[in-house]
Design a binder for this molecule. Structure first.
Ligand SMILES: Cc1cc2nc3c(=O)[nH]c(=O)nc-3n(C[C@H](O)[C@H](O)[C@H](O)COP(=O)(O)OP(=O)(O)OC[C@H]3O[C@@H](n4cnc5c(N)ncnc54)[C@H](O)[C@@H]3O)c2cc1C
Length: 438
């Protein structure tokens, strides 16, 4: 990298390497726009992904292009930035260099910003991943959509009522925002979109079960709001099981609280673990693999290494900040500004997090928003939710097209997309099997 700097970037400028082009990494890059530095942003994928709307890709409400934009396109107007698609496989903090794609060629940096996010965690049961896929990447969200729609297609053909029932029983594990949002949106899709298209499946036959080990859904919300959302989900027909830890998952379904739910579709919307590259730094991490950083988001004894977003364990006012988009955005912005200050001989103040509240949407006209004492639910909450999400989408094109798709859905209760790109059979099923008469 250092040997061939782009012509527009004088080589004598400090070299900032940002790893990860998600919320934190892109925010850091943007904050370095006018800084006298050379920036290299490295991501293993070529797009920035708006993860909070990923479940709508799975539910077929919006298309993939609405939530993903090429990173180099987002940063195209920043001449001091070079974008590279590569995987960072190691960091040598003493030699101040990183390694890409398992090669042994070192790539030096003066400042490093690690913003590599998190990945799904099965709490030590990695074998469950085969039966209960998670939804962290665009590919996973699309594959999950294909799998859910394929299940309906297979159920429409099935002669055996037991097998049919298994195909249209969907279990979601984890009632955080992703689990609740996907359960509500999918329940609504079954009522509106699949109702008329499938002749042999009545919406009332479809079972959507949301299992949560904790005592309530959406633990980041106040108890009142959490209860309201629970009622809304139940109204939509979602069966919510609280205080039930999942004990086993296999090709026949789930065992929770000693009871088996037979089904061919389990979706993992529970825990996450910080990206492994953070642990590669060889400094203290918490039980979720997040790197413990100081008040300036750098690691002890290495003031040139910043860790932000889901990869970082940040303490503020005696609490650990959650793995949410705002923490990543503000952390990334801070890291960029702090580096800018330091290369221009200024001192950077410590990181200060501004809590902007929580929100979750459950149906086309219902969302819950909480900020301090302000609580909004129903259509008013939905308006607030729409506004905030459009604001943070990565481009005007994405904002307009997403808004149009939502409006279409709202006005015409449209089907959204129910097509299958790559048929993904529910675990252990073949077409011949589901057709077999008992
Ligand atoms: C389905 C889902 C729904 C969510 N809903 C909400 C919500 O409603 N509200 C909310 O606030 N938050 C939500 N979140 C959480 C939020 O998206 C994350 O907190 C946020 O994306 C974290 O930003 P980040 O920059 O740390 O990581 P990310 O945005 O995940 O970006 C990390 C980037 O690093 C890249 N990367 C990883 N490892 C490497 C490597 N070794 N080399 C190169 N590149 C690498 C990845 O490709 C990725 O582009 C949701 C998350 C998911 C998955």
């Amino acid at each position: 990298m250092n040997e061939r700097p782009p012509l527009s970037q004088p080589p004598e400028r400090p070299h900032v390497v940002i790893v990860g082009g998600g919320f934190g990494g892109v925010a850091a890059a943007k904050a370095l726009n006018h800084a006298p530095v050379r920036v290299t942003l490295i991501d293993r994928s070529n797009h920035y992904l708006f993860q909070p709307l990923l479940y709508q890709v799975t539910a077929g409400t919006i298309s993939s292009g609405n939530v993903a934009s090429p990173i180099r396109w987002i940063l195209r107007k920043q001449p001091n930035i070079t974008v590279m698609m590569a995987e960072v496989t190691a960091v040598d903090k003493d030699r101040r260099c990183i390694y890409l794609n398992d090669s042994d060629q070192p790539h030096p940096y003066d400042y490093l910003v690690l913003a590599t996010g998190a990945q799904g965690s099965y709490f030590g049961h990695d074998q469950w991943a085969t039966f209960a896929p998670a939804m962290k990447t665009l590919g996973q969200a699309e594959a999950l959509r294909d799998r859910l729609v394929t299940s309906f297609e297979m159920a429409e053909l099935a002669e055996d009522p037991v097998k049919r029932k298994e195909l249209i029983t969907f279990v979601l594990v984890g009632a955080g925002p992703t689990g609740c949002e996907l359960a509500g949106t999918f329940a609504e899709k079954v009522q509106f979109a699949f109702k008329n298209g499938f002749r042999r499946i009545a919406p009332s036959e479809v079972r959507i079960v949301l299992i949560e080990a904790g005592p309530r859904i959406l633990p980041m919300f106040s108890e009142t709001l959490s209860k309201k959302v629970l009622t809304k989900l139940q109204t939509l027909g979602v069966e919510v099981r609280l205080g039930q830890a999942v004990e086993h998952i296999d090709e026949d379904g789930v065992i929770a609280a000693g009871q088996r739910i037979r089904c061919k579709n389990v979706i993992w919307t529970a825990g996450v673990m910080a990206s492994p590259i953070g642990q590669n730094l060889g400094v203290e991490t918490d039980r979720f693999g997040r790197v413990k950083v100081g008040p300036d988001l750098t690691i002890p004894r290495y003031p040139e290494i910043y860790v932000v977003g889901d990869t970082a364990h940040i303490e503020a006012k005696g609490k650990t900040l959650p793995g949410v988009a705002q923490v990543a955005l503000q952390g990334g912005q801070y890291a960029g500004r702090s580096i800018h200050a330091r290369v221009t001989g200024k001192e950077a103040p410590p990181f200060k997090y501004v809590d902007k509240g929580n929100m979750a949407t459950i149906s086309h006209n219902y969302a819950a928003v909480e900020r301090g004492r302000l609580q909004l639910t129903g259509p008013v909450g939905k308006l607030g939710w729409v506004y905030i999400h459009l604001l943070y989408l990565s481009s005007m094109q994405n904002r307009i097209s997403t808004f149009m798709q939502w409006m279409w859905l709202l006005l015409f209760k449209s089907r959204g997309s129910a097509y299958i790109v790559q048929p993904v059979r529910p675990v252990g099923q073949t077409t011949a099997e589901v057709r077999a008469t008992p």
